[in-house]
Design a protein around this ligand. Structure first.
Ligand code: PGA
Length: 256
């Protein structure tokens, strides 16, 4: 079964809600209806801009999907400063990134937390984009597969094959994020091929055929086409280059 490509912009802690409105409007102008038939386009603004971006998407009838960068695992409660999956779902959020390396490394999120968040996202009928990736040290120690396989296993443990088939996984080597140092097409395809085999082993061929696995880490309009040409790579999770609507639009239209 053909997997639909997905290109998601992770704006991280950038853009006030006013800037976010302009960014999504510009992106909308630069994309053609046919682009959305080829690629699912997602933007993940900061929490404070979700409502504004949702309004633009709805009022301009844009086919851009709304994503969030993180979530808490409970629907409500005494969790000062957190945002719940229920709140996101009510805003029309379709995708939620869980386990981004900045959450894991800067904010101490462990595999158990990532697994809880992933389940909370699913429970509210949104799609998790679960991020995994090795550090430079781990790559040099040649334990990349152990690390990313372990992160994948911990996140997906106990899920049924149909659910796993609907997920999005993002392979994001930590050394490639925000560094301008992209993984080569071959390195990315190799790691993503490995993750797909792990899904096949744990949840069956049908799930492995359906699960979409993205690459992330210094993706730009200049290198996206090479990555997308790899059979196992189903899209990209883009940080820096997603902040400029011109750049992000040309990255989405990677075949042109
Ligand atoms: P980058 O970030 O494109 O700026 O490297 C990718 C990510 O963190 O998702």
């Amino acid at each position: 079964m053909a997997r639909k490509d997905l290109i998601a912009g992770n704006w991280k802690m950038n853009a006030t809600h006013l800037e976010a409105i302009q960014m999504v409007q510009k992106l909308g102008y630069r994309l053609d209806p046919g682009d959305y038939d080829r690629v699912e386009v997602v933007v993940c603004p900061p929490f404070t801009a979700l409502r504004s971006v949702q309004t633009v998407i709805e009022s301009d009838y844009l086919r851009i999907r709304l994503g969030a960068q993180d979530v808490h695992w409970e629907a409500q409660g005494a969790f000062t400063g957190e945002v719940s999956p229920l709140m996101l779902a009510r805003l029309g959020v379709k995708y939620v990134i869980v386990g981004h390396s900045e959450r894991r490394h800067l904010f101490g999120e462990d595999d158990a937390t990532v697994a809880r968040k992933l389940r909370a996202v699913l429970a509210h009928d949104m799609t998790p984009i679960v991020a995994v990736g090795e550090t430079l040290e781990q790559r040099e120690q040649e334990i990349t597969e152990e690390v990313i396989g372990g992160q994948l296993q911990a996140a997906l443990e106990g899920l049924d094959p149909a659910t796993v088939g609907d997920l999005v996984v993002a392979y994001e080597p930590v050394w490639a994020i925000g560094t301008g140092r992209t993984a080569s097409d071959e390195q990315a395809a190799e790691a993503i091929g490995f993750l797909r085999r792990r899904v096949a082993e744990g949840w069956g061929e049908a799930a492995a055929d359906r699960v979409r696995i993205l690459y992330g880490g210094s993706v730009t309009p200049g290198n996206v086409a090479g990555l997308m040409a790899k059979r196992d790579i189903d899209g990209a999770l883009v940080g820096g280059a997603s902040l400029d609507p011109d750049k992000f639009a040309s990255l989405v239209r990677y075949w042109i």
